[in-house]
Design a protein around this ligand. Structure first.
Ligand code: DX5
Ligand code: ZN
Length: 219
């Protein structure tokens, strides 16, 4: 079954703990936590103290997406806050391989992400160390944008790379995912669907999550 990781960026930040319970009870596999530093992207969200404060509300795995420069500086803090999987961007400044190594040293899964304009050749050097590849299908920084379908071939490319190299890599898609675009992504080889606005706008997101899980591919 496809995994579904609702993006808490679209949650009501004034009651994040309850929103976490809401996605957990709706059947979400992971909680996607978008961390933005105002430098790598033109927006600022939250950091380790907020993540730590909501950790007690649910046992659901925390899928942290670090849209921050020089992420190695903060890996320990995010790990200690209760993240289970930490994804860094290949375009970020700093030692990205070192950040992935540190994530593994902390006993967590490491992800590598690429922006819509970034070619797969830029992410390929990191794939041998990645438990997850996060394909951005919008420009990172804000929820509610339209899906960029030009990015779909990257999902296929990474899926084929994993097959050819005998690697089990989750392929996650983030940005503008809805019932239609999500299906395109799983057909292309995605194993995880991240979605913010299209899920949080629903009064009851459980039926949509149940439907998306049936889309197909998983590791
Ligand atoms: C954007 C974030 C996404 C965002 C997706 O920078 O990485 O996770 O929350 O939101 P939607 O699903 O609304 O495009
Ligand atoms: Zn994200």
């Amino acid at each position: 079954m496809t995994k579904v990781s609702p993006s808490m960026l679209s949650a009501d930040f004034s009651k994040l703990g309850q929103e976490l319970v809401r996605i957990d009870e709706a059947g979400a596999d992971w909680a996607h936590l978008d961390v933005m530093d105002g430098m790598f992207v033109p927006n600022i969200t939250f950091g380790p103290p907020v993540i730590k404060s909501i950790r007690k509300y649910s046992d659901i795995p925390f899928d942290a997406h670090l849209m921050i420069q020089d992420p190695v500086r903060y890996i320990d803090a995010f790990a200690d806050a209760g993240c289970d999987l930490i994804t860094v961007h290949c375009e970020a400044v700093g030692d990205i391989k070192g950040a992935m190594d540190r994530i593994h040293e902390k006993g967590l899964k490491a992800g590598i992400s690429l922006n819509p304009e970034t070619p797969v050749s830029d992410v390929e050097p990191f794939l041998p160390y990645a438990d997850l590849a996060l394909v951005m299908t919008v420009h990172p920084g804000f929820g509610g944008q339209s899906f960029i379908s030009d990015c779909v071939p990257k999902i296929t490319w990474i899926s084929e790379w994993a097959e050819e190299n005998g690697r089990e890599v989750e392929i996650s898609v983030d940005g503008g995912v809805n019932p239609v675009t999500g299906k395109q992504c799983t057909d292309a080889g995605a194993t995880v669907l991240v979605a913010g606005s299209s899920l949080f706008k629903l009064d009851d997101m459980a039926p949509a999550i149940a439907e998306w899980k049936k889309y197909g591919r998983s590791l």
